[in-house]
Design a protein around this ligand. Structure first.
Ligand code: C5P
Length: 223
């Protein structure tokens, strides 16, 4: 089985407020993208990595990637995250298992990658890392008025890497409407998506506060 990790890194990161695409913002002295790729490789569970970046940054990205015996390819991403993942899938024709892992989850522990791949190897066709939610979640209407309070015990916050049988993910992308995660497209096909326990360190660096937290954590990890 050939495990290929696709790393969407083509987002502009407007919410982070830095003057470069988010995946190229440094955390503890290294670009998020470099850290995310290193975590995948350090898991020992990945045979190949494909990174999707803004088209104008393809050449300079190669210099940022860690030296490794695992081949790492860089291809242009697209306007939406799903376009970037679709470009990555096209660059990984030999994959039997596919991981999709946000570059913005730069501090994801390698053990989480191993957990997801282990579940795929055990026979699951779609696997996502999940954590219980700590806040109460409410739905609201267009005016902001609350319309419901779902039972929190049945809710999970979903992270990456998300793992899939490659054929299943290709089928999901062939139907291909937009979704906020890859498993969402697989769910539209009616396939079962399994969960494994996520990790708080796999949080997505989205806001300036996330970046402060990530820099603090990276400083501890790297010393
Ligand atoms: O914007 P958001 O934080 O949801 O992005 C999640 C991941 O998807 C990031 O790593 C980002 O670089 C990537 N992305 C992408 N192509 C886009 C938009 C986002 O690869 N067009």
């Amino acid at each position: 089985m050939r495990v290929v990790a696709l790393v969407p890194a083509a987002g502009m990161g407007v919410r982070l407020g830095e003057n470069k695409p988010k995946a190229f913002v440094h955390v503890g002295g290294s670009p998020m993208l470099t850290r995310a790729v290193r975590g995948l490789i350090d898991s020992g569970s990945v045979d190949e990595v494909v990174v999707m970046v803004p088209a104008e940054l393809v050449a300079e990205t190669r210099a940022l990637l860690p030296d490794s015996t695992v081949p790492v390819h860089v291809v242009p991403g697209g306007a939406e995250r799903t376009d970037s993942v679709r470009a990555g899938l096209a660059a990984a024709p030999d994959a039997t298992l596919v991981l999709v892992h946000d570059a913005a989850r730069a501090l994801t522990p390698p053990a989480l990658v191993t957990r997801v791949v282990g579940e795929l190897r055990a026979g699951a066709r779609a696997v996502v890392p999940a954590l219980p939610v700590t806040d109460t979640i409410k739905s609201v209407d267009a005016t902001g008025a609350v319309t419901g309070t779902p039972d929190r015990s049945g809710l999970r916050a979903i992270q990456t890497p998300q793992g899939f049988d490659a054929e299943l993910l290709r089928a999901a992308y062939a139907v291909g409407t937009q979704a906020t995660d890859d498993a969402g497209l697989v769910e539209m096909l009616g396939a079962t998506v399994h969960t494994v326990l996520g990790d708080a360190l796999a949080f997505k660096i989205t806001t300036p506060l996330d970046l402060v937290l990530a820099n603090t954590l990276a400083a501890h990890r790297d010393t």
